[in-house]
Write a protein that binds this ligand. Structure first.
Ligand code: HEM
Length: 423
């Protein structure tokens, strides 16, 4: 995975890059690395690689992937803030893209698009969803306790955000199964790979996106969503940008599905896995439930549901002694930055009472996650329910982690929840 020199932590910034294939062939001043976030084994278990990056220098460069890597918390935060030079407007994945979407724009275009979505996440909106979220958390934890030994991903961590988003988008219970299938398939569009199976799966995703679009347009046409307390209803009422077209509303719905589902599933899965492995930490929360909001923040840092996103430089960009040339692809390692030993004491240890305020689990700067308050509310509701009802979370088999280089979380999590005995 790493070149032996780097793995041993001995290569320093004075090492010149002798580039292979597509990368720069000259001196860059960065530490040359073969750390590869796309390697499935690294994606599933990236933390040893992060430790090695932190040991071996400030800025790294992978010539095979033609990618610069930022992994220190301060450097990642500074780059995320500097959208003039380090932009999202060429996309935030390895494949460059241009689209009129909030995540992949900067400057005025980004402000305009962000303002369109923002009314969906006001405090009033969140308060109006609290009951729905609490009820869903209670129901799903009930269900898991009743099931005994089961896969928490199927029973809790996937259904929770999906049902929340369905509820706040105004999708009725009777349509949840179809909605789940379409949204699962269509959100795979983000994982496009230029292989035969990648193209086949993209075709399926496109069909699902078309079905989802037809569904929303039908519901928008019948007038029920407009004027309702749902996300789309709110967006229509608060539109600052003239009337939003049905198509724009559909794109916002898809954006929320992509941005909010798998990320929250990863957070919830990471949380259960951590408490099963660290029962002392779970007991601490049971003793002091006031710590719940702080503990969720530590879960976001520790799990980092989004591990990696990219940016592209549109001017030379200096980090310490290294100049990243204009036009470069730069990996923002949120996962590594959240385990930066310069920023967090003993970063590979989960501490429910740490309060890691500076983490970048929800990003930072102009693109700071719009759904963070919703994700926090969901995770806090689930943890409150667990702490009220469950004395111990026991793992009954190994956790399987996703191998996606951006989104990391458990995809199988066999556990049993031991309920408090009724008194
Ligand atoms: C634990 C759950 C979540 C995590 C870890 C997470 C993480 C992130 C991160 C890191 C970004 C910044 C992307 C960048 O800088 O390029 C982001 C942006 C965003 N997130 Fe989340 N997110 C979560 C949940 C949600 C939810 C529930 C929603 C909405 C339903 C949401 C909506 C958005 C949107 C719309 C943006 C784009 C903001 C912009 O570009 O201005 N997220 N999220």
């Amino acid at each position: 995975m790493f070149s032996p020199l780097i793995a041993a932590g001995r290569l320093n910034v004075s090492a010149a890059i002798r580039t292979h294939r597509r990368g720069y062939s000259g001196w860059t001043g960065a530490v040359n690395t073969d750390y590869d976030p796309l390697d499935p084994a690294v994606a599933a278990q990236p933390h040893a690689a992060y430790d090695a990056l932190h040991r071996s220098g400030r800025v790294h460069y992978n010539p095979r992937r033609a990618t610069w890597i930022l992994h220190r918390l301060d450097d990642v935060r500074a780059a995320l803030r500097d959208t003039d030079r380090v932009t999202s407007s060429h996309g935030v994945t390895r494949v460059r893209m241009v689209a009129d979407l909030v995540v992949v724009t900067d400057g005025e275009q980004h402000s305009r698009l962000r303002k369109q979505v923002q009314p969906a996440f006001t405090k009033g909106a969140l308060d109006s969803w609290r009951n729905i979220i609490d009820k869903l958390a209670a129901g799903l934890v009930d269900d898991m306790i009743a099931a005994g030994n089961c896969d928490a991903v199927q029973r809790l961590t996937m259904p929770m955000p999906l049902r929340v988003i369905a509820a706040i988008l105004g999708v009725p219970e009777s349509d949840i199964a179809d909605f789940r299938r379409w949204s699962d398939d269509s959100t795979q569009l983000i994982n496009f790979t230029p292989t035969v199976s990648g193209v086949v799966s993209t075709a399926r995703s496109m069909r699902a996106a078309v079905a989802l679009r037809r569904y929303f347009l039908k519901h928008l046409a019948d007038g029920h969503l407009k004027g309702s307390d749902t996300v789309l209803g709110r967006l229509l009422q608060h539109s600052t940008d003239g009337a939003l077209t049905d198509n724009q509303l559909f794109y916002i719905a898809i954006l929320l599905l992509i941005a909010g589902n798998e990320t929250t599933t990863n957070l919830l899965g990471g949380m259960l896995h951590t408490y099963a492995e660290e029962p002392d930490q779970y007991d601490m929360i049971r003793d002091k439930p006031d710590l719940i909001p702080q503990a969720i923040e530590e879960h976001v840092r520790y799990t980092s549901p989004i591990q990696n996103l990219y940016r592209y430089t549109r001017a030379d960009y200096r980090v310490g002694d290294v100049t990243i040339p204009s036009g470069s692809r730069v990996l923002m390692s949120f996962g590594a930055a959240n385990r930066d030993p310069l920023a967090f004491d003993d970063p590979n240890t989960f501490r429910a009472d740490r309060n890691p305020r500076s983490h970048v689990g929800f990003g930072y700067g102009p693109h700071l996650c719009l759904g963070a308050p919703l994700a926090r509310m969901e995770a806090q509701a689930v943890l409150r329910e667990l702490v009220d009802r469950v004395t111990r979370i026991e793992m009954t088999g190994p956790t399987t982690w996703s191998t996606n280089s951006s989104l990391r979380g458990p995809i199988h999590l066999p556990v049993v929840l031991h309920a408090k005995s009724a008194t």
